[in-house]
Design a protein around this ligand. Structure first.
Ligand code: CA
Ligand code: CA
Length: 69
């Protein structure tokens, strides 16, 4: 396993190195089962660290982007 991957940005679900609205969309797409995130993406997508990827994580990303958290 590439442990460096785990140094990536929390919430960076599409693994492009930046956190933006497309990551929230990616998490929403995963929740809606349109896509399935890979292992590293899943790790990063669980922003609130509750062990599951849910709409709460997408909301958390949006809050981070809006500087609310
Ligand atoms: Ca991203
Ligand atoms: Ca979560």
């Amino acid at each position: 396993m590439d442990t460096k991957a785990y140094d990536k940005i929390p919430g960076d679900a599409n693994l492009d190195g930046t956190l933006d609205i497309s990551d929230a969309t990616e998490i929403q797409r995963h929740c809606a089962t349109f896509i399935t995130l890979g292992k590293i993406a899943s790790h990063l997508a669980d922003v609130n660290r509750d062990g599951t990827i849910s709409i709460e994580d997408a909301t958390k990303v949006q809050r981070i982007l809006a500087d609310l958290d």
